[in-house]
Design a protein around this ligand. Structure first.
Ligand SMILES: *Cc1c(COP(=O)(O)O)cnc(C)c1O
Length: 793
């Protein structure tokens, strides 16, 4: 390997060993590893073609893949080899890994799920393509200035990307606007504008290098890069307008987490990548297998949320307009090929587009959607649906401004509609899709999310992985559910001490990082209490902050008590237009500034907001956490996957009965998780009427003191009214039930203090968490999709 890396360094990076900088070695290492990966890649592709196996196509607006070097090395089983080779040149592999930019092509959980799924698909040896957009800037980089979030462009491609392969032969024209004309028997769309979509492929290596699949991301270019006559006539900018228009399609990911961006550009992006992907899928099928009618036997198309749901109309267009099928036959093929995953129940996050906009941009698709709609509504009539039910089922929302409902389109165009945790799936049937579910009762099914244990245990926590191997052998590396063998060691004191030593080392490493990047010193023996995720009101970082303030008050009022030293760690990005979320970030920083500088808490409480949460930062934090905060308002978090990463790394969960927390509780047992707060049904009942938050606040001294302190400017003396409205919202309506759940949350936190004092008990609970969350491996999730939905296993 040493020779190979040096040869690559010379011949492809153009440096000799003596002149090479760290970054040259980094590039050479990736290219050398890539050479090994490519052989497996070609081999995997050939096997799929030879066996005529069915392929899975995962369409997602987001792939939050993070760094790839450590992942690919580890899955190829080549980490040791590379470490040794680099060491011979005085280089440290870990340091080179830090040079890789974090590919932040996603907002949060939904995008990270897509990345975990790609890895598990390769691991399970399922032929699969991920399809998305190669954003040049992706998700914004977060900086904290004076406590406020500042959004900066993420320039992850600035120094090139050695993982990518441009596939010029896979280029498609994507149209927008124009008109639809009847010609002979058929109907044809003549778009007014066109851009070209070109594939850029990244290899995805499965565990033990069994299979290498393809992540195919589309980039855009104009048909006509420069209008030379305009340029020569002096209109230099106008001459390049087409280039700019194409660039803008692949420039940024809308950083709106679970609410529609509403912009025309977003719809263009969705159609751009979906149309390119569907064309690619149909082209591959027709080229290698001939008959388009066999598409459902050879291809399974999974829509990750509604962002690619225009795929239904695009596939219908290709089948009917370009391949000459009858509408009915095309509809049957479409439904047997497509399936859809729902990720949110928030009504404001269910995508819909103003009908005039949709019609102007995609006139032929609009016609097809009308045709689908009349068919579906006829079926509904025949099934005896009421007018109200029919209005809810319709693909067109007729209330007020007419809109196209993308979730309904995905639902009717798919043979399977799945939720992402048991509770979420049940709520889907009762709320957003109640009427569609009545009409198509067999369509909704559950596939509880998972995370890949390669990245989220083996790679991010090598110390813990080693301790587990020493105790139960290597079987869990290939089957995470074998972690259950650890249950036999839960009460073993020596094993508990080994697990604990690893946790402490991880906490020291995180503390060093925080000291280095933020200048704040932490006590690694304190309880590390962590809430890292997108900042959103329903995730209730605010509840955690109010409790932090209450605890601060209590420590100062009762210095004689035996307080458990705690570090409250926060991280997460807020959507740039989400006022309250950005204010919560400022509040966390305001509280941190005051508490961390107050000598009267005697170091018993520290608060830290770590900037720029992304996959790489998560890989540092999850292994160092003692307590996992999963405290969303019940009924609002579809699943969560952060909760799974924490438990897998031996943190206890404090959480509500929401999303996958419910199933985590079932797996780890009631004694090894701390549940508090209202249930989803109780939240719904309170919202329906009779809930008076003011009364609740007045009945709780701790809560009213904390709220008064925040609202009156104790933490914001430079602007005393800064949090007046934020806190006022809790008094007025408390939509997210912060007041309603406060007392129960405080009681849960104090019970955790007591548990922490019981050292042996805490360690045993930690081990029981690790032992019993193997089920939350994305390998299990993907094998369920494969058997039940895609029929490929
Ligand atoms: C896992 C993960 C998420 C999802 O976190 P939740 O707590 O489930 O919302 C978001 N962002 C990153 C970077 C992650 O790794």
């Amino acid at each position: 390997m040493d020779k190979h890396i040096v040869r690559v360094l010379r011949q492809r990076v153009g440096k000799d060993e003596r002149a090479a900088k760290q970054h040259d070695w980094y590039t050479a290492s990736i290219l050398a590893l890539r050479d090994e990966v490519i052989e497996k890649w070609i081999d995997s592709t050939r096997r799929t073609y030879d066996s005529r196996g069915k392929r899975v196509y995962y369409l997602s607006m987001e792939f939050l893949i993070g760094r790839l070097l450590r992942d690919a090395l580890s899955n190829m089983g080549m980490t040791r080899e590379f470490e040794a080779a680099l060491k011979a040149h005085g280089l440290d592999l870990a340091a080179l890994e830090e040079l890789e930019p974090d590919a932040a092509l996603g907002n949060g959980g939904l995008g990270r799920l897509a990345a975990c799924f790609m890895e598990s698909l390769a691991t399970l040896d399922i032929p699969a393509y991920g399809y998305g957009i190669r954003y040049v800037n992706g998700m914004f980089r977060q900086r904290i200035d004076d406590g406020w979030q500042v959004e900066l462009p993420e320039t992850w491609l600035a120094h090139g990307n050695p993982w990518e392969f441009e596939r010029l032969e896979s280029t498609y024209r994507i149209g927008f606007g124009g008109e639809v004309v009847a010609e002979g028997d058929g109907v044809f769309w003549h778009p007014a504008e066109q851009v070209e979509a070109t594939a850029i492929d990244t290899p995805v290596v499965g565990w033990r290098g069994k299979r290498v699949n393809t992540l195919r991301l589309w980039t855009a270019s104009p048909l006509d890069p420069i209008k030379l006559d305009a340029f020569n006539a002096g209109d230099h900018f106008g001459a390049l307008a087409e280039q700019v228009r194409a660039d803008s399609l692949v420039r940024v990911l809308y950083p709106a987490d679970s609410s529609p961006a509403g912009q025309e550009l977003r719809l263009r992006q969705e159609y751009f990548f979906t149309a390119a992907s569907i064309q690619d899928i149909v082209r591959r099928h027709v080229q290698y297998l001939g008959d388009i009618r066999t598409l459902p036997d050879q291809a399974a198309i999974q829509l990750n949320d509604t962002h690619p749901s225009v795929a239904v109309a695009e596939l219908m267009r290709l089948l009917v307009d370009e391949n000459g099928l009858e509408f009915n036959e095309a509809w049957d093929i479409c439904r047997r090929t497509v399936s859809y995953t729902n990720h949110t129940l928030l009504p404001e996050a269910l995508e819909s587009w103003p009908l005039p906009l949709f019609e102007r941009l995609l006139p032929r698709h609009m016609q097809i959607i009308y045709a689908i709609n009349s068919r579906v509504l006829r079926e509904a009539r025949k099934a005896g649906c009421s007018d109200a039910e029919i209005a809810a089922i319709s693909l067109i929302d007729e209330n007020g401004e007419r809109r196209v409902r993308m979730a309904n389109l995905a639902f009717v165009g798919a043979h399977s509609v799945n939720g992402v945790a048991a509770l979420h799936t049940e709520l889907m049937k009762k709320t957003v899709f109640a009427d569609l579910h009545k009409l198509y009762p067999d369509r909704i099914n559950n596939k509880t999310n998972g995370v890949t244990p390669r990245r989220w245990l083996q790679q991010c926590n090598p110390g813990l992985t080693q301790v587990i191997r020493d105790a139960i052998g290597d079987a869990f590396l290939d089957d995470a559910e074998k972690l259950a063998d650890l249950n036999a060691h839960a009460a073993d004191r020596q094993f508990g001490e080994r697990v604990w030593a690893v946790k402490r080392a991880n906490k020291v490493a995180l503390s060093d990082y925080i000291k280095k990047t933020m200048g704040l010193r932490l006590d690694p023996d304190a309880l590390f209490d962590v809430q890292i995720k997108r900042i959103h009101e329903y995730k209730r970082q605010l509840l955690n902050l109010i409790e932090t303030v209450a605890l601060y008050d209590q420590i100062r009022s009762h210095p004689e008590r035996d307080w458990v030293p705690r570090v409250k760690i926060f991280a997460g990005k807020a959507a740039p237009s989400y006022h309250n979320a950005k204010l919560v970030i400022k509040l966390a920083n305001d509280i941190a500034r005051r508490v961390n500088a107050d000598p009267s808490v005697g170091g018993l409480l520290k608060v830290v907001f770590i900037p720029n949460y992304n996959v790489s930062l998560g890989e540092r934090i999850f292994p160092a956490a003692d307590l996992s905060e999963q405290i969303s308002t019940a009924g609002m978090e579809a699943s969560g996957t952060g909760n799974m990463k924490f438990a897998l790394n031996g943190a206890l969960t404090v959480g509500t009965l929401d999303g996958a927390n419910v199933e985590i509780k079932d797996h780890v047992g009631d004694d090894n998780i701390v549940i508090f707060g209202l249930t989803a049904d109780e939240v719904a009942a309170k919202r329906a009427g009779g809930y008076n938050p003011r009364e609740v606040i007045e009945g709780s001294r701790e809560l009213s003191q904390a709220l008064t302190a925040i609202a009156s400017g104790v933490f914001s003396p430079d602007e005393p009214d800064r949090y007046k409205d934020l806190i006022g919202g809790i008094y007025d309506h408390d939509w997210f039930m912060c007041a309603a759940d406060f007392d129960s949350y405080v009681a849960a936190q104090r019970s955790i203090d007591a548990r922490w004092e019981d050292v042996a008990g805490w360690r045993a609970a930690t081990i029981r968490n690790i032992a019993n969350v193997g089920w939350f491996s994305s390998d299990r999730t993907i094998s369920e999709y494969a058997k039940d939905i895609w029929k490929v296993l």
